[in-house]
Design a protein around this ligand. Structure first.
Ligand code: SAM
Length: 243
């Protein structure tokens, strides 16, 4: 029998976790973007701007935006002239992304259903790999990091934006109250889906602390790894290089 893993606070088989994460994102896909604004009070836009500034996409670069969902990060990188492949395990999220890209007149993005744990891309395909608010949903995180390393070219950059733990006095408590009480309620009222947003809060709480995650990136073969907390540590940008 396969070892149990966490789906939020529940212990389930790895297969069940992947299936249930799929259900969460299929369920929230159509309201995903408005919910992001409500739940983060618009801050996710600033985090993503900061993240893309760190990735520094250059014209003509090939970038894999993994767990790219509805395209928020990919759009920012494509506007800077990069060739972006938006990959996600969930076809519903990608479909919303395609529609958003069409509305914005953004052409040239490639959309692909992919599991981060087992990518179909050849070795050394990309100049950079980005994953924003995606990795904590992946069942086998070390496998996803090894795949990121494999598909990057030599000299390729890895960047991950993920929730972290605030070090500002009092901030962690304010965030905890917001996350436990407000987010699931917004989920219930706006999306009629309290369970999905409760999973979101639990998955954030369970994600490894920045230093532990930095070591996981290193174990996958990356060098010069770093964990950079932003906004008092509410989120962090992790990075590493393939040599
Ligand atoms: N990156 C986007 C953003 O920042 O708005 C979307 C983030 S959303 C919170 C998480 C995404 O991770 C979902 O679209 C989900 O389908 C995707 N995901 C979860 N597990 C995955 C896996 N194993 N492989 C690829 N994508 C996955």
């Amino acid at each position: 029998m396969s070892e149990k893993v966490n789906f939020g606070d529940q212990l389930v088989t790895p297969e069940e976790k992947t299936r249930r994460v799929g259900e969460v994102f299929s369920s929230v896909a159509r309201r995903y973007d408005i919910m992001n604004d409500l739940m983060s009070a618009g801050m996710h836009r600033l985090w993503k701007d900061r993240f893309v500034a760190r990735v520094k996409p250059r014209p003509g670069e090939d970038i894999l935006d993994m767990a790219g969902g509805t395209g928020d990060v990919a759009f920012r990188m494509a506007r800077r002239g990069a060739h972006v492949t938006v990959a996600d395990i969930n076809a519903d999220m990608l479909e919303v992304g395609r529609e958003r890209a069409a509305k914005r007149g953004l052409t040239g993005l490639t959309w692909k259903v992919e599991n981060a744990e087992a990518l179909s891309f050849a070795n050394s395909s990309f100049d950079a790999y980005s994953i924003a608010f995606g990795i904590r949903n992946v069942t086998d995180i070390p496998a996803a990091l090894r795949e990121a390393h494999r598909v990057l070219k030599r000299g390729g950059r890895f960047y991950c934006l993920e929730f972290s733990t605030s070090e500002w006095p009092g901030f962690a408590q304010i965030y905890e109250a917001w996350a436990s009480n407000v987010i699931p309620r917004i989920g219930k009222v706006v999306a009629d889906d309290e369970a999905s947003y409760r999973y979101l809060v639990e998955s954030i709480r369970r994600f490894p602390k920045p230093e532990a995650f930095r070591r996981m990136i290193e174990e996958a073969g990356f060098v010069r790894t770093a964990a950079e907390p932003i906004l008092g540590g509410l989120v962090a940008i992790h990075s590493g290089w393939k040599i």
